[in-house]
Design a protein around this ligand. Structure first.
Ligand code: EPZ
Length: 448
């Protein structure tokens, strides 16, 4: 059954420009972490502008298994988390969630503080490389946790409580930085974290924790200092907008010769993307009207230009922007170079684009930039894209969330009718995307 073709399929009649307006809501990669942070509070927390995506359902399920009451607030997208009765969850029930998300690992610190122990199922997530959790485990041990590998996952306990630690990450991992923040805020004493990730979603999580009563200083040079406190209260928070979704629609506008206003998108979080967008030949306009603002992205006509880009941690070009942008680069004249330095295996989706008429060659070498961790380790992590290519329709199977959206953009840009299988995977991170496609004039319908 492993290679069976998924039954959920979107039939896309491509070749028409996307035109119109859609809205992005709170960032998936902040919201799931803020939901976990609610476990640390002594009183209920409230999040606004939460999109209806499957990752939110998964974390809601995990919270409920641990005794947190999750309810809807008065406004659309408002969720309330009541952690009054946090309890240990049944191991088999947590395991039902294994494979669907990497969020369970972030429950470690909050559960250790609340209950003294935690169970973490074997983790899933996107199909983009090994995605190890060694930094997480090492950091938890430095805080005084005892980690044992069990048959179904990891048993973690803190027999002597958790204490502050001096930590240095080998690489500025987003997840490990969040793990350390969520653990250090209530550990005894001071934690100093060097080589921390400083993505906008991390800074927003720090804002959430500060609202709860945490004391966190963000110094220059990726150093974060956390002074542990004995208790935290609930928070009320409106998250930063989803800059990955915003960039995905921006790339779709470019690839389809379209014109899309992304309501809710914010310039400050997307500066690096906007620089690349301009270099490629795309146009954008910022509307910062309070409450109604956003960014209009469009193809201004003429030829797109090839670029060299390298993904990196913030403030670099996000790895999650890479796949949608590559689809637009298939339409640029000349040779574009992409060097993926965050994940070792995030170019596999280019095979599907080649099947549709693109000319993309992948390489093991570090092309067009500084040597990275993957250069000497035999990973296909660079790509050269020769364009412009006329894309034609194909049957595609979605491999992971971001690559999946790129497949969709390619199908929208291609002449003819494509069938995109496994489309439900897109619901993990993109709210209502079928309705958004319709709002942008795309000709697509669910098939069977
Ligand atoms: C987060 O993943 C995001 N996921 C990813 O988005 C995003 O691509 C990534 O950050 C980078 O921005 C969520 O926020 C839920 P990392 P995360 O730890 O935290 C290595 C999406 O589609 N590493 O920063 O798991 C790792 O292998 C997803 O929304 C270790 O070696 O990413 C990778 O090469 C996809 N050991 C690098 O660090 C560890 O213990 C960066 O990973 C942890 C990470």
């Amino acid at each position: 059954m492993e290679n069976a073709v998924p039954r959920d399929v979107l039939v896309v009649h491509g070749g028409a420009p996307l035109q119109g307006q859609i809205r992005v809501r709170g960032a998936k990669n902040l919201i799931s972490k803020a939901m976990v942070a609610a476990v640390l509070g002594d009183s209920p927390s409230r999040l606004y502008d939460v999109p209806g995506i499957r990752d939110v359902e998964v974390v809601t399920g995990l919270l409920e298994l641990h005794g947190v009451r999750v309810s809807k607030g008065a406004t659309d997208g408002e969720l309330i988390f009541d952690p009054a009765n946090v309890e240990a969850a049944n191991v088999d029930e947590i395991n039902v969630h294994a494979g669907s998300s990497r969020i369970p690992i972030l429950f470690c610190g909050p559960l250790l503080h609340r209950l003294g122990h935690a169970f973490i199922p074997d983790l899933g997530g996107c199909n983009i490389g090994g995605r190890p959790i060694d930094f997480h485990i090492q950091s938890l041990r430095e805080f005084g946790a005892v980690v044992d590998k069990g048959e179904k996952g990891m048993e973690i306990s803190a027999p002597n409580g958790l204490h502050g630690a001096k930590l240095q990450l080998p690489y500025p991992s987003v997840g490990a930085t969040e793990q350390i923040l969520l653990t250090a805020v209530r550990a005894e004493g001071v934690t100093e974290l060097r080589n921390a990730a400083v993505e906008p979603e991390i800074i927003d999580l720090i804002c959430v924790l500060q609202k709860m009563g945490a004391i966190i200083k963000v110094h220059t040079d990726r150093v974060i200092e956390i002074q542990g406190v004995s208790s935290l209260s609930g928070y009320s928070h409106r998250p930063i907008p989803d800059r990955i979704e915003a960039a995905s629609w921006a790339a779709a506008a470019l690839a389809t010769h379209g014109d899309v206003f992304v309501r809710g998108a914010r310039q400050a979080d997307m500066m690096t993307f906007l620089n690349t967008y301009t270099s490629v030949g795309g146009a954008f306009e910022i509307d910062d009207t309070p409450g109604h603002g956003g960014i209009r992205f469009w193809h201004p006509g003429g030829e797109l230009k090839a670029v060299a880009l390298e993904t990196d941690v913030h403030p670099g070009f996000m790895t999650d922007w890479q796949q949608p942008m590559v689809v637009a680069l298939t339409q640029a004249r000349g040779l574009s170079i992409v060097h993926e330095t965050v994940y070792e295996s995030r170019l596999g989706y280019t095979a599907a684009l080649n099947q549709m008429g693109a000319t993309i060659q992948t390489y093991r070498e570090c092309l067009g930039g500084t040597p990275c961790r993957f250069g000497r380790r035999n990973f296909m992590h660079s790509a050269v894209i020769a364009g412009p290519s006329k894309l034609h329709a194909a049957d595609l199977v979605i491999p992971d969330l971001r690559a999946g959206f790129s497949h969709l953009i390619a199908a929208l840009a291609a002449e003819g009718t494509s069938r995109v299988y496994g489309i439900n995977l897109i619901h993990r991170g993109y709210e209502d995307f079928e309705a958004k496609l319709a709002a942008l004039g795309a000709n697509a319908e669910m098939g069977s």
